[in-house]
Design a protein around this ligand. Structure first.
Ligand code: GLC
Length: 443
């Protein structure tokens, strides 16, 4: 076979490109294509951006009981008709979702393109190299990260790079039935008093609902008790300081509530979904959950208590009221075969349009501060309309930030559950958590 000079020089050029690509393993895009045919993957990226060839991306996310996700995807597909978003539902329990993502991403699977990441994952996922750095996309599209709540941007930043876009923020909030009480309780002790007195009113069965199952949500509830009594798990210098009189007091109060007769007997099996179901059936006077439960409470099709619900800050301990910081971000799988289309979706869902839809349809609290000035967003609840709520969101207490956070959480879940089931004292739990978290962090 004869080669023309042109064919030969093109082959040399291609070989050179391959060589350069293989040498430069720092660049994320090239890492991303390590396992695949480099030339076709690059060609596809170019065409996704310019010629708008049809592409389907897979978006994985936890259970959404509100119409929020569907509505955002519908709006996105209308705006970008060449990109179809296929959904993959992951478990409602964030810990279980986490484990499934780790299995999938550590095998370098390209099954999913974009996924929702809990605020506690970015450090771990960035360190494990599971996801794409987003800085080059952010710069290219001139996105101003100062428009977002600083805490949510910081939570998605690791080693100076941005690994995720903040999609919505969560802070623990208190729900009360306006057809039963005018004012929510100000302190945990007042809650205990009012919940036992009022249970049974207007067809309710319980005074209070919270998340006490042995899973991640238990940690967010516990941190609210601990912080409201002035305690901390890890201090600002990364010292473990959980063994304190404040923690002990907080766990005692938590236990008093969990073992009271105004919560469901099986409260130690309650996660968000059980809380929400019992709540919208009209079974309780008070509940702790994330802001989204307002949308469920006012959902005409599902809820028995439409227009009878208000949100407020959680009751206070000795040191005041505290909310745990939660929330979700969007990340791109490092091995996605459609990084450009994936970014287009991430940009939309975390941008003003996507966040507004998810606030209106899903009750989610935006991470873009300007949206709180939008009258429609303010209409979601009086809390969204209240400027103080921005403070609540911004001062919410984070869980320890660490690449080994799942281990820290497991330790706390086990030790705190044992207190709630009467298998150990709060003193023992505080001491055990201190020793075990210190040991895990020293490894
Ligand atoms: C919510 C929060 C998330 C937290 C989870 C616990 O989804 O946004 O940060 O980890 O609840 O159940």
């Amino acid at each position: 076979m004869k080669f023309s000079k042109l064919a030969l020089s093109s082959m040399l050029l291609i070989a050179l490109v391959f060589f350069l690509v293989a040498c430069n393993s720092d660049s994320s895009e090239q890492d991303n294509n390590d396992e695949s045919d480099t030339s076709s993957a690059n060609g596809e990226q170019a065409s996704e951006g310019s010629e708008e060839e049809p592409v389907t991306i897979v978006y994985a996310r936890g259970v959404d009981t509100t119409p929020g996700t569907e509505a955002v995807i519908k709006a996105f597909e209308e705006k970008f008709p060449h990109i179809k978003v296929e959904q993959r539902e992951m478990p409602a329990d964030t810990g279980q979702s986490h484990d499934q993502y780790v299995t999938l991403l550590s095998s370098q699977s390209s099954e999913i393109d974009v996924f929702n990441a809990d605020v506690i994952w970015p450090a771990e996922f960035a360190q494990a190299n599971y996801v794409l750095e987003l800085d080059r996309f952010i710069e290219k599209d001139g996105i101003n990260m100062d428009d977002y709540f600083p805490g949510t941007v910081a939570a998605a930043n690791f080693n100076g790079k941005q690994w995720a876009m903040p999609q919505y923020t969560d802070a623990g909030v208190f729900y009360y039935r306006t057809d039963i009480v005018d004012e929510p309780p100000a302190t945990w002790d007042e809650l205990i008093e009012m919940a036992s007195e009022l249970k049974g009113e207007n067809g309710t069965e319980y005074g209070y609902l919270m998340q006490a199952a042995q899973y991640e949500g238990l940690i967010t509830n516990a941190i609210e008790f601990i912080a409201s009594y002035g305690g901390e798990v890890v201090d600002e210098n990364n010292n473990v300081v959980v063994d304190s009189p404040e923690t002990i007091k907080a766990l005692d109060k938590m236990k008093e509530i969990v073992t009271s007769d105004f919560v469901p007997e099986n409260i130690v099996n309650f996660m968000e979904i059980e809380t929400e179901n019992a709540w919208i059936e009209g079974n309780a006077v008070f509940a702790r959950n994330w802001p989204y439960m307002m949308a469920s409470s006012n959902d005409e099709e599902r809820s028995e208590i439409v227009d009878n619900v208000e949100m407020s800050r959680l009751p206070a301990g000795d040191e005041g009221t505290a909310a745990s910081l939660g929330g979700w971000m969007t990340m791109i799988n490092r091995y996605s075969e459609h990084p450009e289309a994936a970014w287009e979706f991430v940009k939309f869902i975390s941008g003003p349009e996507g966040q507004k839809i998810s606030a209106l349809e899903g009750g989610r609290a935006p991470t873009l501060s300007a949206l709180y000035d939008d009258p429609e967003v303010q209409g979601v609840s009086s809390l969204f309309a209240n400027p103080e709520f921005r403070e609540v969101l911004q001062s919410a207490v984070p869980r320890p930030v660490s690449p080994i956070y799942p281990e820290v959480s497991d330790i706390m879940q086990i030790e705190i559950s044992k207190v709630l089931t009467g298998d150990q004292t709060s003193e023992e739990a505080a001491k055990n958590m201190q020793e075990k978290i210190e040991a895990a962090m020293a490894e």
